[in-house]
Design a binder for this molecule. Structure first.
Ligand code: AP5
Ligand code: MG
Length: 210
């Protein structure tokens, strides 16, 4: 199954995708995570995108489309994938349609106040990328990842100023994709306000998985 997870920053796309991988048996491809790996590796792409991502802006379409095209050419995507955070512009969506046909778009939605609450409390593992939250998903050992024991850190774009910028960019550039995919009959709306288990149940129900 080829799925897109669409939604504002902090909606829980990555958290739901971690469960979606097990449910759908397909890889999770997060453009944000791919960019963060490039930044950590200090590759040419990483150096270029670092200030853009940390400030809450969007990376240019050309760089992002190339990254996704190369990733989708890998063998493990043959049975499908969960694309988390791509496409984010109509231009990216039109480009994607030229190299991969998607089955459904999951619109993971929450109000702005919940975005701030979730992102200001998020902690991420520096080693494996697992997400935690100081209130909603506390690590067993403070500052350490439950999965691999790695150090937990706060993403640079999880400062309030960058979060507000990301929300503004989302409304301007990404929100039009909801109408775009609804018109194509591909959109499934998921209420993502509740706890993770409820959101996962909503996801399965929307896809008709028992
Ligand atoms: P990206 O990494 O994709 O960031 P984002 O879209 O802003 O989304 P987040 O990862 O912040 O949130 P999420 O929805 O995954 O939520 P999470 O599950 O972590 O992109 C980063 C940047 O890269 C962009 O700003 C841009 O610069 C660039 N980029 C990426 N893709 C691009 C593209 N296509 N084009 C151009 N540029 C691109 O959850 C958040 C927190 O809430 C966690 O702490 C979690 O534990 C908690 N939580 C999750 N679900 C629940 C729940 N149900 N109840 C309670 N708490 C919950
Ligand atoms: Mg994410």
């Amino acid at each position: 199954m080829k799925l897109i997870f669409l939604g504002p920053p902090g909606a829980g796309k990555g958290t739901l995708a971690a469960q979606g991988v097990v449910i759908c048996k397909v890889p999770h491809i997060s453009t944000g995570a791919l960019f963060r790996s490039a930044i950590a590796a200090m590759s040419p792409v990483g150096c270029k995108v670092k200030p853009i991502i940390e400030g809450g802006g969007l990376v240019d379409d050309e760089t992002t489309i190339l990254l996704v095209k190369e990733r989708l050419a890998q063998q493990d995507t043959q049975r499908g994938y969960i694309l988390d955070g791509f496409p984010r512009t109509i231009f990216q969506a039109e480009a994607l349609a030229t190299f991969s046909a998607i089955d459904k778009v999951i619109n993971v939605d929450i109000p702005d106040a919940t975005v701030l609450e979730r992102l200001l409390g998020r902690r991420v593992c520096r080693n494996c990328g697992a997400n935690f939250h100081i209130t909603f998903h506390k690590p067993k050992q403070e500052h350490h990842c439950d999965v691999c024991g790695g150090e937990l850190f706060i993403r640079k774009d999880d400062q309030e100023g960058a979060i507000r910028k990301r929300l503004e960019v989302y409304r301007e550039q990404t929100l039009p994709l909801i109408a775009y995919y609804r018109k194509q009959g591909l959109l499934l709306d998921i209420d993502a306000r509740g706890p993770v288990d409820t959101v996962v149940a909503n996801f399965k129900k929307a896809l008709g998985i028992s």
